[in-house]
Design a protein around this ligand. Sequence first.
Ligand code: 13P
Ligand code: ZN
Length: 276
Amino acid sequence: MKVLDAEFMKGFMRMADDGWQQGWHERNGGNLTYRMKAEEVEAVREDLSFDGEWKEIGTSVPGLAGEFFVSTGSGKYMRNVMRAPEDSCAICEIDEAGEKYRVCWGLVNGGRPTSEFPSHLMNHEVKKAATNGAHRVIYHAHPANTIALTFVLPLTDEAFTRELWEMATECPVVFPSGIGVVPWMVPGGRDIAVATSELMKQYDVAIWAHHGMFCSGEDFDLTFGLMHTVEKSAEILVKVLSITGGTKRQTIQPDDFRHLAVDFGVTLPEKFLYEK
Ligand code: 13P
Ligand code: ZN
């Protein structure tokens, strides 16, 4: 089968385009990776090439040895993924040590996978272990409301989780484990990858101060929906703060969250249900 005929690739392209249409991907902003299933690799193997040069990932991910990933390319535009996938994306194989990758499909006009490949792969490694292989998608975007809040709220997991939970009743159900916050760091390298993957051990969402957001999920729908829910909640908070200057007349209270958790069968860590 051709890569472009495979359902996983259609899902990948649709998600990239959905993010573009949300306004989360100015220029080359944001990136997306998908850890392929063994049967998906087999289905398209005839369309892959295995003579590419092995290149350093820049970090070590032994838990992903031998895995194949679809990745957007560095400097490529989400806007173009649907229109020119062979130019904008790559399928990359990870070597047996988890130290190197090679391009097996795509990037027909040259280039390399996203500059955030180290962060994506370290997040994948953590999530693969934490979810017994269920999580396959890591998504990075630059949604404006979430970024705006990183100039206003304290840069703590507690502040972001609680404030965003309060903005929509569905939020604690969609991201019950909460949100991690990474202080401003230089993007693209191993240090920010280590900091993010550390947070991904307990959260499915990490916010990079003054930069953007990372989400992890089982499939394209769940991961896109997670980013969409967090950003929608951030938009409501921006509106509330803009209208009121910061004082809410009423909001969802800690005991309300506890009752919600019982009825919806989710566990909400008590560290987020502090008295204000
Ligand atoms: P890439 O074009 O290398 O994917 O970088 C975009 C980005 O958002 C970096 O954080
Ligand atoms: Zn970015």
